[in-house]
Design a protein around this ligand. Sequence first.
Ligand SMILES: [Zn+2]
Length: 202
Amino acid sequence: MVVGYNTNFNFILPNIEVIKKHCYPQDQCKFSSMELSKNELITKNIPFFGIPVFENLNSQNKSLVIGHNFRNVDDELKIDMYSYCSKDGRYVDLPKFTFCTLIINDPISNAYELLPFKFSILKKKPFIDLKKKFVSHLNPKYVSLCLSKDNYKPFFLKQKTEQIKLKYVDCNCGKTCFVCINKTLGISKSENDIECIIYNLL
Ligand SMILES: [Zn+2]
């Protein structure tokens, strides 16, 4: 998660392109998807990551988290987003926000990696192994998640020293909300087309 107040990105370096997509849900909506229309990011292996920016950050939505992942299906790059209230411990309706995708053109070649999930032998839990990749830098600054389907159970990424763990989102709705009913697929070993883009330097 990135938390910050400079949300115009006018400080940005010339090799970074920012695509802003406004998300104004018309009806009550806990999960939404939109097109990014930038399929060449995948085919040309150009690194990118996303930052949702609230329209209004106030006392009513200060406990909200907008979770997101990218999704690459049939050469279409999409963004999946959901909203979670950390105070109430459940999915809530998406607020008005702008989704900013930062694209790093001409990146330093050793600054990023595309890594798959691995599975621990004992616990069989998926994780991203950082150990062997960045010998002197075990602390990536940005992580992008790219999935292949839209029915995965949402999860957060928790960065530790040598790995990034996956933490499924707990919702206390009693399995009655849209997300809990429709997004139920867990990450399994057979899912080998899920990847994280890890940025070590920028
Ligand atoms: Zn729920």
